[in-house]
Design a protein around this ligand. Structure first.
Ligand code: HGY
Ligand code: MN
Ligand code: MN
Length: 411
């Protein structure tokens, strides 16, 4: 392919092929960080990197890098593009994988067209972006950017009791390189929007200028198991009721908030989980997000006060563990403008936007200029097997990434 445009068939084919790796017995896509399924996905991605003639490097926390540096530009900071290939549970096939495979497609297109960059170009696949098995999310890029000690990350215990460092060794991705071994000149991440905005407004490209703050907590509500039939309501310390009050508090708080706030209780387990026993314990996770740091801090404080009062009123004890916390991030304005100009040059409608989801770009933004490109998600659905982006939108996004990469690697 030498006319300088991407090979859409190769891109779509790889997205589909990688999307079939890690299907469980029910056909659900589950490729959690550092599992055997993740290894299969990683091995497939690395095979494509080698096919493309790239140097492959893996760092100590399992981040994978495909490096195009032929021509002796090693001494120059590389242009980096990438995302992640781990998934949530029962995932779609585009989240993360699209950005990683798009970056590889851009490099292969530039290489085969005889393009001569002035600096190396790197595709990155960061470990454990989703944070479903090991918290926090965006862990690989957080460590890479120096926001988390690599030893602390490798010691992280998963929801299944596994230890990340051992799991990476088991799957053969405990690499030799020190996280951060390459400091990019700039970082661009292409991602499906995962929200409804672009589709609703009929816009082709999102030039992402910022990303909201994220607060993850694990909460354990402890009460007293008792007989469901003999215990008067006023004498109960019902952990299940306490958890339900937290869920409804968060929804009411989000709806009443003066700023865009979302809150989710994604995990909820009751013990002993018997039909006629008042729950003695409820274990839940809370994901709160607000685009403004001061407001997120306010919401965290308000939640703490609510839970203290709930505990007192209901005779419960409530413990809270912080799982992840990232501040809102503003991306590099100059890069956002380059993305807008690239979209305009192709006659593509585009708009600036905030990312509701967390991304590796927010971590790399702390060590290099970074920005993101979004393409529309059908129905705004994501973290769901129905996640979909139309093929022509996928190709359009990669062509914009290609144009941006040309500009950023020529200087
Ligand atoms: O949670 C997030 O926003 C991302 O999908 N890790
Ligand atoms: Mn993602
Ligand atoms: Mn995701």
């Amino acid at each position: 392919m030498n006319d300088g445009s991407i090979d859409g068939g190769r891109l779509i084919g790889r997205i589909r092929e990688l999307g079939n790796v890690g299907r469980d017995a029910d056909g659900q896509l589950v490729r959690l960080a550092a599992t055997a399924a993740d290894k299969q996905g990683r091995d497939l991605f690395v095979s494509w990197l080698k096919e493309a003639g790239l140097d492959v490097a893996v760092d100590r926390v399992g981040n994978i890098f495909g490096i195009w540096s032929a021509g002796g530009w090693e001494e120059r900071a590389p242009l980096m593009m990438g995302s992640h290939i781990d998934s949530v549970i029962n995932a779609g096939i585009y989240d993360g994988c699209y950005g990683v495979l798009a970056a590889l497609e851009v490099i292969q297109t530039l290489k085969s067209s005889g393009f001569q960059p002035a600096r190396p170009i790197v595709v990155a696949a960061f470990t454990n972006e989703e944070g479903v098995r090991f918290a926090p999310d965006m862990m690989g890029s957080l460590v890479y950017a120096g926001g988390m000690d690599v030893e602390e990350a490798l010691a992280a215990k998963g929801t299944d009791g596994a230890v990340l460092g051992e799991e990476l060794r088991k799957i053969g991705y405990a690499g030799p390189h020190a996280p951060g071994f390459l400091t990019p000149s700039s970082y661009i991440e292409l991602h499906v929007e995962q929200g409804p905005v672009l589709e609703r407004e009929g816009i082709a490209i999102g030039a992402v200028e910022n990303l909201q703050g994220i607060s993850w907590r694990k909460v354990v509500v402890s009460g007293t198991a008792n007989h469901a039939g003999t215990t008067p309501t006023g004498m109960r310390s019902d952990a299940g009721y306490g958890a339900a009050r937290i869920v409804t508090y968060l929804r009411e708080r989000a709806l009443a908030s003066s700023s865009p706030m979302v809150a989710t209780v994604g995990c909820l387990a009751l013990e002993p989980s018997a039909v006629n026993v008042i729950p003695s314990r409820a274990t839940l996770t809370i994901d709160m997000r607000v685009p403004f740091e001061d407001r997120l801090l306010e919401e965290e404080d308000a939640l703490d006060r609510f839970m203290d009062q709930l505990a007192e009123e209901e005779g419960l004890s409530i413990s809270v563990e912080r799982l992840a916390r990232s501040k809102p991030v503003a991306f590099d304005q100059a890069l956002v403008e380059i993305i807008e100009r690239a979209a305009n040059a192709r006659g593509l409608s585009n708009r600036r936007m905030t990312s509701g989801a967390g991304h590796d770009a927010q971590m790399i933004a702390t060590i290099a200029p970074a920005a993101m490109i979004f393409v529309p998600s059908v129905g705004g659905i994501s973290h769901n097997p129905a996640e979909c982006t139309h093929e022509d939108d996928l190709v359009t996004g990669v062509n914009v990434l290609l144009d941006v990469a040309r500009i950023l690697s020529l200087s």
